[in-house]
Design a protein. Structure first.
Length: 179
């Protein structure tokens, strides 16, 4: 990639080096090269950073490879107050938000954390102690009118359900992208 944002790359390099326990056997030069040689990856991680996700590289077996994932203490501020999916947003009779998690995921080219991935990630980082995040909802729950979100309270992870059309100022979503 010929042009890139130096401040952004400095930020993710510092975060990478400050949190080596998340990726102990990975070298920054490999990660930097991967990001700069893949414009879609660069753009996705940049968008994650710009919306408050504080993405960092993790090397967890559940992801089956290296991923950049949102690790901000709170659900990313630039991705809150969203319905779960476009259908639910369009069905709201009043006060529909401007977008949904499903639509934002598509725009960014990233993937929503599943319940299993959220829980695995919570074993290496503490987040969502004051916020909650939508997580990927299995089809059998979604067709029955539900959507899942998760958060950490009392030093443990709770997975809850809500109407997919609901949205709250302190609920956003966490996502990841493979490198």
């Amino acid at each position: 990639m010929e042009k890139y944002d130096r401040a952004f790359m400095d930020t993710i390099e510092k975060r990478f080096k400050d949190n080596m326990d998340r990726h102990p056997n990975i070298k920054w030069d490999f990660v930097k090269s991967s990001i700069l040689n893949n414009p879609d990856l660069y753009d996705a991680i940049f968008a994650m950073e710009e919306t408050g996700g504080e993405p960092d590289l993790v090397d967890l077996e559940i992801f089956k490879g290296l991923v950049y994932v949102d690790l901000a203490d709170k659900s990313p501020v630039g991705r809150r107050s969203l319905c779960y999916d476009k259908k639910a947003r369009q069905e709201r009779k009043e006060n529909a938000p401007v977008s949904s998690v499903e639509e934002e995921i598509g725009d960014f080219g990233i993937k929503l954390l599943s319940e299993e991935k959220y829980i695995a990630l919570a074993e290496i980082a503490t987040f969502d102690t004051k916020t909650t995040s939508w997580i990927k909802t299995p089809d059998d729950i979604r067709v029955k009118g539900g959507a899942l979100f998760a958060g950490r309270r009392f030093d443990r992870i709770f997975v809850y359900y809500n109407s997919p059309g609901s949205y709250y100022k302190d609920r956003g979503f966490r996502a990841y992208i493979e490198i």
